[in-house]
Design a protein around this ligand. Sequence first.
Ligand code: NAD
Length: 356
Amino acid sequence: MKIAVLPGDGIGTEIVNEAVKVLRALDLDLSMEQAPVGGAAYELHGHPLPESTLKLAMDADAVLFGAVGDWKYDTLDRPLRPEQAILGLRKHMGLFANFRPAICYEQLVGASSLKPELIAGLDILIIRELTGDIYFGQPRGRRTAVDGHFPGAEEAFDTMRYSKPEIERIAHVAFQAARKRRQKVTSVDKANVLETFQFWKDVVTKVHKDYPDVELQHMYVDNAAMQLVKAPKAFDVIVTGNMFGDILSDEASMLTGSIGMLPSASLNAKGQGLYEPSHGSAPDIAGKGVANPLATILSAAMMLRFSLNQPEAADRIEAAVQKVLAQGLRTPDIYSEGTTKVGTAQMGDAVVAALM
Ligand code: NAD
């Protein structure tokens, strides 16, 4: 099993080191090779996604990714900015399905800004389509308006579009994921206003015929945003397009209180995937040894489950994370009175010890 390890920038190296430590402790036949990405790659090779890094990722069974970005690169031309590396990997690897679980660990219930009874036991999965929608639709650009409210004025425009196969494949992914969970899919759309999302709804409804054992609910995106804070536990799997998924998955991540706990996976049709924490490179705390490595460690568990077919090893990691939380160990982002504050490496060591 070949893993490309791309730590990236900021806290990326610190948190990925801990995930690699945990993977090595599992005693599996894993080959892990490291390469620079993002700002680190720009410094070394003049590009955020050099050919050699892309090749390593494409040839691997899975990519373990840290985070990229730093404010010091904000003035670079857009194609050279660190974040372009993620877009490049998504495009070249065909990563169309993004999985973002939002799980509220019992011990961290107090970290959420919602009432404990609303989020205790929360376990939802947002599946976001990642390569289509208004983010990639052509044409897009700026021009002089010929009609609309202000003909002759300068305007900008994007194009929202989805093809039938794009919707079908993400719908299959969602129904199959729901089969392994609580058998419920909520498809989020804006069918009342948008032609693209009426089509989305029609196609998802057709695909559902193959999955009679799974319940399908349709919900408008504005209502979904409300229900996520009103009664989040009513959801199991949410499937939606690229833009709605971008927004709702960040909203859902905050239900759990800490961005440092949330893993993510982006998969292609072959099951090859990129696994990364949901947070960024946190330049404000980089190099201080205080970053929470658990989101990255949990991303490694998702990698074992989804791309490397090692569900038992994934279970072991997840159980070890629960154990260290039960022991009261906390990095500063999830610290509360009465618990024990630890740094990044101590947290990684504790997870390794809890595997045994
Ligand atoms: P961020 O997620 O990096 O940080 C937001 C806040 O959360 C910061 O206060 C940070 O200290 C904290 N935080 C994040 N991860 C943490 C962890 N593991 N442990 C403890 N605290 C943690 O978002 P930002 O500050 O908006 O962005 C910083 C850089 O990251 C930018 O350059 C941005 O473009 C980039 N970014 C990259 C990715 C990615 O690589 N996938 C995603 C988002 C942002």
